[in-house]
Design a protein around this ligand. Structure first.
Ligand SMILES: Nc1ncnc2c1ncn2[C@@H]1O[C@H](COP(=O)(O)OP(=O)(O)OP(=O)(O)O)[C@@H](O)[C@H]1O
Length: 377
């Protein structure tokens, strides 16, 4: 989805700022939050025994019980063309995000992710169901004031320099120039654009634009950040930088909705994920619960492998091919590994590496969306 950042989104934020206390900058309604205790005035209960996520990026990050986002059975049908033909973009989507989570929203092209995000950010009104943010309707400005949003392909004003751009958005948020500049300098540094304060956006690379977009999404110091394809069009280094940045945001106590096609990253950094397909939820849950923990196959590299050894191992071998002096052999995942390795050693082959292969999020995605091509717009 491509959006022009500014107009409706910031108009709402600005009016919120005014109606609340004149400045989101001072964040009167959003005091610095703690992962362990709710913000003053919050209805959340302290959660003494919070689930701890498991991956290296998620380790030891406690999650609260407080529901930040509650998407309840939303549906949206667009009407297109002269005959007002129906396009059922979202048929039934529900999920909840707790404070402190990085939550993945994935699905093939045309699955309804961006429409769901538009309903969350209040840009599109659902035909059915409701979205609540911090317990408030998504359309309520007080809810939006606590949310930051990076649309896919943010359309940042190209003639402005990075510093000017941030000052512009800071003004829309109701921040004083001093406060805006201070936050901008800190945020641009944090997203790796500290050196580019005086460069016009038109001279930015795609990755720099994405990072500037993230900086603007964080300018109001939101507790909840919605990132729609933040890694879109980035090279592997840029993708990794954004991924690390998202992890860092969580460390600062933010809750993040991360919509991405980069499934290994979703698997690596998200706690839970919802997979949508054709406007409906296909899978939802903790990543480690969605993935089969069994070894599917072993990938083995060896020297001095012989055709006789392949024959001796029989149906334990799935594939075997030689690359010069090295052989790559795929073995079934349910074999007796110790016995098989003993057979290989006694045949005179030397194992150079052995890698167990388990199910990945990508496998679940492909399994659940094999008819994805039909869902493409
Ligand atoms: N404004 C609109 N008017 C009409 N149809 C729309 C509109 N926006 C989206 N659609 C259609 O709704 C369906 C879902 O689109 P949506 O952009 O939500 O999917 P998506 O999962 O975000 O896809 P992608 O990964 O390609 O961004 C598609 O068939 C799309 O063509």
């Amino acid at each position: 989805m491509t959006l022009e950042l500014g107009p409706s989104w910031y108009r709402a934020s600005k009016s919120t700022a005014r109606s609340l206390s004149g400045s989101i900058g001072a964040a009167p309604t959003c005091p610095p939050m703690s992962l362990h205790w709710p913000s003053p005035g919050s209805t959340a209960r302290p959660a003494p025994s919070k689930p701890l996520a498991i991956s290296k990026n998620r380790r030891a990050v406690p999650m609260s019980d407080e529901i930040v986002l509650d998407v309840q059975d939303v549906a949206k049908t667009y009407r297109v063309g002269f005959f007002r033909k129906r396009v059922d973009a979202v048929k039934a989507v529900s999920f909840q995000i707790r404070r402190g989570e990085i939550y993945g929203l994935v699905g093939p092209n045309g699955a309804g992710k961006s429409t769901t995000i538009k309903m969350i950010t209040g840009l599109v009104r659902p035909d059915r169901g409701q979205v609540r943010i911090f317990g408030m309707p998504a359309t309520q400005v007080a809810a939006r004031a606590r949310m930051g949003f990076l649309p896919e392909n943010p359309n940042l004003y190209p003639h402005l320099k990075a510093g000017e751009l941030m000052r512009f958005y800071g003004g829309l948020l109701g921040l004083s120039r001093k406060e805006s500049d201070a936050r901008a300098a800190k945020l641009l540094e944090q997203v790796g654009l500290g050196h580019a304060l005086d460069r016009p956006i038109s001279k930015f690379s795609k990755g720099m634009k994405q990072r500037a977009g993230i900086a603007q999404a964080l300018l109001g110091d939101p507790e909840f950040v919605v990132l729609d394809e933040p890694q879109s069009g980035l090279d592997p280094i840029g993708r990794r930088e954004i991924r690390d940045l998202v992890v860092d945001l969580r460390r600062q106590g933010k809750t993040i909705l991360f919509c991405s096609h980069i499934l290994p990253d979703v698997e690596d950094i998200c706690d839970r994920v919802t997979l949508v397909h054709r406007g409906e939820v296909r899978e939802t849950g903790y990543i480690h619960e969605l993935l089969n923990p069994d070894v599917l196959r072993y990938e083995l590299f060896a020297r001095r492998w012989s055709p006789e050894l392949t024959a001796e191992l029989g149906d334990r071998v799935l594939h075997h091919f030689d690359i010069g002096e090295v052989s790559r052999v795929d073995l079934r995942g349910d074999i007796d590994l110790e016995e098989t390795l003993a057979l290989i050693a006694s045949a005179g082959a030397r194992v150079e590496s052995l890698q167990p292969q388990k199910q990945r999020l990508e496998d679940v995605f492909i399994r659940d969306t094999t008819d994805a091509s039909e869902a493409r717009p």
